[in-house]
Write a protein that binds this ligand. Structure first.
Ligand code: ADP
Ligand code: 5GP
Length: 200
């Protein structure tokens, strides 16, 4: 009887997620939280996306992103090299390369993504229960916009694009597996750690 119970439970047990996506509007804190988790847990590896946007001063090609020209990006779309890709902002493409996921899987680590809400939806569609999507929620839209302004990475035009898109993206909060509120940073980091510990 015990044997049958175990067999039954094993059959229906959800597998632990192997891919963890942090998603939110720009400025909500994905990068800050992802960096903290990567420092805290050796079991995680960051999925480096490809993008056509300009490199920021502190960023490194092959660490923060694979920075590609529009032509290189389009060639990879044509070759079906992406699991998902989006034109997140007009003329700025971002995508997850199949080769990147394969690289991380070979290390037996969990893949962690920093990805927009549409990309996160695609990851969930492709990987189902193998993926867990965590929506990072700022305390209010105003706080989010203020954080983006203070980050000082965007030109006035880019800031406006991001704020406009963020208004729409905030409406996605209920569509994912977990919501993580990023109000007081230390609390958010500790809540993020708890979520990961449950998976490991
Ligand atoms: P995203 O990757 O989602 O665009 P970032 O991690 O770059 O967001 O965070 C946006 C800005 O807000 C950064 O300057 C970051 O240092 C700051 N920030 C993140 N979380 C908090 C927080 N809880 N309180 C105050 N500032 C924060
Ligand atoms: P940023 O330019 O601030 O680095 O990123 C802009 C937005 O693009 C963020 O919401 C970020 O999560 C998203 N993004 C980064 N990489 C990818 C990716 O591979 N696919 C998709 N769909 N979005 C991404």
């Amino acid at each position: 009887m015990d044997f049958l119970k175990k067999l039954f439970a094993g059959f229906f047990r959800k597998q632990a997620p192997q891919l963890i996506a942090l998603t939110a509007p720009s400025g909500a804190g994905k990068t800050t939280i992802a960096r903290h988790l990567l420092k805290t847990f050796d079991e995680l590896e960051f999925s480096i996306s490809a993008t056509t946007r300009q490199k920021r001063a502190h960023e490194l090609d092959g660490r923060d992103y694979y920075f590609l020209t529009k032509e290189e990006f389009e060639q990879k779309i044509a070759n079906e090299e992406f699991v998902e890709w989006e034109e997140v902002y007009e003329g700025q493409f971002y995508g997850t390369l199949k080769s990147e996921i394969a690289r991380i899987r070979r290390t037996n680590k969990l893949v962690i993504f920093d990805i927009d809400v549409k990309g996160a939806t695609s990851i969930k569609r492709v990987y189902g229960d193998e993926a867990m999507v965590i929506f990072i929620k700022p305390p209010s839209p105003e706080v989010l916009f203020e954080r983006l302004r203070k980050r000082k990475t965007e030109s006035p035009a880019s800031l406006e694009k991001r704020i406009n898109r963020a208004r729409r993206e905030l409406a996605y909060e209920d569509k994912f597996d977990r919501i993580l509120i990023n109000d007081e940073l230390q609390t958010a980091l500790s809540d993020a750690e708890k979520l990961i510990r449950k998976i490991l």
